[in-house]
Design a protein around this ligand. Structure first.
Ligand code: AMP
Length: 302
């Protein structure tokens, strides 16, 4: 089943305690779309500048990401720079250059307006809403967000919550949004704001799904310290894997969502293992499935 993915398409400069890597392919939309491509046929909506390397277009195409909705505009591609501490849970943004994303107003190809599954990866809630407003009754809409939008665009975010089925958010953002530190109680408070379910990501402690039919916890895939090279995009990969599984299965019940979280977790574990998108693009379908089989045993998921 076809899946619409909207988010940032970026050039990322990443510093970890071990290495610096400038101008890698990044962005919430790129990570989510490549992650989803293991399961479904993602159609990416986004914008890049004329400096966006041709090799990254080829890379996305090789991974079956449909780029009919990716616009090239005069100017610079969105650039994000971040630095991780030795404890890689701690990251600070060094620089954000909006470039062509600043005045981007997405217009969907007509054929995309009827797509049933929509993933609004992290980007300004105002433009997430612009995409939704062009769609004709999607079957299932999930959004992601970040601390920046909770700070500077809270009203727009709360308006978006009334239009989506599910929200994927990390634990510190859930607390920032609700002022509740318990992730489950915070998720219940977010459900009161609109979405019918919330997935709270808790880093190496896994993720929890809070849904009207129950609560499910999925642990993180166990990786030792050397297995975590660069966490950038892990959250987007989780969302892409989750939505890809849902779109491929065509089902929206609690068990399918729980299994989707497990696929999202396994997909994200490959992102963590290398810089930028390198981990995902060098992973084969067979490797993903083998790790999922291992995870089913470890996590006791049927
Ligand atoms: P994550 O590690 O899951 O938080 O996602 C990291 C990705 O988010 C990077 O590839 C960045 O390019 C992208 N990103 C960072 N800041 C923003 C922003 N303000 N809007 C959209 N995407 C962003």
């Amino acid at each position: 089943m076809s899946l619409l993915v909207f988010g940032s398409t970026a050039l990322d400069s990443i510093i970890t305690p071990k290495k610096k890597n400038p101008r890698l392919l990044g962005g919430s939309g790129s990570h989510a779309a490549v992650a989803a491509s293991f399961f479904a046929a993602p159609k990416l909506i986004g914008v890049v500048g004329t400096d966006f390397p041709r090799k990254y277009i080829s890379l996305l195409e090789r991974h079956k990401v449909n780029l009919k909705g990716l616009k090239v505009r005069d100017g610079k591609t969105f650039h994000w720079a971040g630095e991780y501490e030795v404890n890689m849970n701690n990251r600070r943004t060094l620089d954000t250059v909006l470039g062509v994303i600043e005045n981007f107003s997405p217009t969907l190809p007509v054929a995309y307006t009827k797509l049933p599954y929509v993933l609004l990866a992290n980007i300004a809630p105002k433009v997430q809403r612009q995409v939704l407003d062009q769609m004709k009754r999607p079957k299932f809409i999930v959004a992601d967000t970040m601390d920046l939008w909770i700070n500077i665009a809270r009203e727009e975010l709360l308006a978006l919550f009334k239009k989506i089925d599910g929200l994927i958010i990390n634990d510190s953002e859930a607390e920032q949004l609700t002022e509740i530190s318990n992730p489950i109680t915070a998720a219940l408070a977010i459900i009161d704001m609109g979405p019918s379910f919330v997935i709270v990501k808790k880093g190496e402690h896994g993720a929890v799904l809070v849904h009207q039919d129950g609560i499910a916890v999925v642990p993180a895939f166990p990786l030792d310290q050397d297995g975590v090279v660069d966490p950038t995009g892990a959250g987007d990969s989780f969302a892409g894997g989750f939505m890809g599984h849902i779109a491929a299965s065509g089902k929206l019940d609690f068990e399918t969502m729980q299994e989707g979280m497990a696929w999202g977790t396994v997909t994200a574990s490959f992102t963590l293992g290398s810089f930028g998108l390198d981990g995902l693009v060098s992973t084969t379908q067979a490797e993903l499935e083998a790790r999922m089989s291992e995870f089913r045993t470890i996590a006791r998921i049927c």
